[in-house]
Design a protein around this ligand. Structure first.
Ligand code: 13P
Ligand code: ZN
Length: 283
């Protein structure tokens, strides 16, 4: 329902804890912590929610706080997102979603967000909100069903960025060669940024630039971003890259590679699975 958004300080009934999108978020953050990827407050997730699914639980025109953005996101006007809080530990989301998560709505002019639910201890969305919001803008241009951005500190992906050259084509090909089905899961490969200070508008802009072409973006010595139309899809992409990176790390700690998938075999896979692989990677 569209209407004037108004301040309402006495948020909220917690009927929303039954919402499928909230349960999904509680499960995935806990799983990611168990994978060892999200130490302390590492990692953040944003999930685009549709007005009709949220308004079953809360009034989407009542907010508890307004937070100004340092970067305008007019393209996301009136869109609603479930976002992890800054400084919050993924391991704790499952026990206290109302303090570790929040639901925010972007203002009509895109200059601020309204907190509709959550962040009950007065906290705010992730410091990586610029990268999340700007990535949503780019992915929505390509895929109208896009909904999820996940950032995490996947251990083997980080490890690999120390010992592998950071060229996107060669990095992607190495990952494809580590497990047979990698190429089928991410035929579009991985984008890689140079190292940058996290949490800034600048890293947000550069990440989103890569998102015009890639669903996965690696931040060297830091972590990875994955996107998708569902939590499973974004998580599954990251999980597959992380698995390939783990195999890479294990193979290289065993010594010399004696045999591996050839470019011809990778092309055969692409043909059989009918996926279009990014140009300029296979010979
Ligand atoms: P937040 O706690 O602000 O989400 O930051 C965690 C992180 O991973 C920064 O890159
Ligand atoms: Zn991080």
């Amino acid at each position: 329902m569209k209407g004037m958004i108004t301040l309402d300080n006495k948020c909220c009934n917690n009927k929303i804890l039954e919402a499928p999108f909230l349960k999904e978020m509680m499960k995935v953050t806990y799983n990611m912590w168990r994978m060892g990827w999200d130490e302390r407050n590492g990692g953040n997730i944003s999930y685009l929610l549709y007005d009709d699914e949220v308004s079953k639980y809360i009034d989407t025109n009542k907010f508890t706080r307004e937070i100004k953005l340092s970067f305008p996101v007019k393209e996301l006007a009136n869109k609603i997102f479930l976002v992890t809080g800054t400084g919050k530990y993924f391991k704790n989301v499952i026990d206290s979603p109302e303090t570790n998560l929040g639901i925010v709505k972007v203002s009509e002019n895109g200059n601020s967000i309204y907190v509709l639910w959550g962040y009950e201890d007065g906290s705010s969305p992730t410091s990586e909100l610029p990268a999340h919001f700007m990535s949503h803008i780019e992915r929505l241009k390509i895929d109208k069903n896009h909904r999820v951005v996940i950032h995490t500190h996947a251990t083997n992906v980080i490890t690999m960025t120390f010992v592998h050259e950071l060229d996107e084509a060669t990095f992607t090909k190495t990952l494809w060669k580590m497990c047979t089905e990698c190429l089928v899961v991410f035929p579009d490969g991985v984008g890689i940024l140079p190292w940058m200070v996290p949490g800034s508008d600048e890293i947000g802009r550069k990440t989103a630039e890569k998102m015009k072409e890639y669903r996965l973006v690696i931040w060297p010595y830091h972590g990875i971003f994955g996107t998708g139309s569902t939590v499973d899809e974004a998580f599954g992409l990251i999980e597959t890259v992380e698995k390939a990176a783990e195999v890479y790390v294990k193979v290289h700690s065993c010594g010399q590679i004696k045999q591996e998938l050839t470019d011809e075999q990778l092309k055969e896979l692409a043909r059989e699975f009918k996926v279009i692989v990014r140009d300029g990677i296979l010979k």
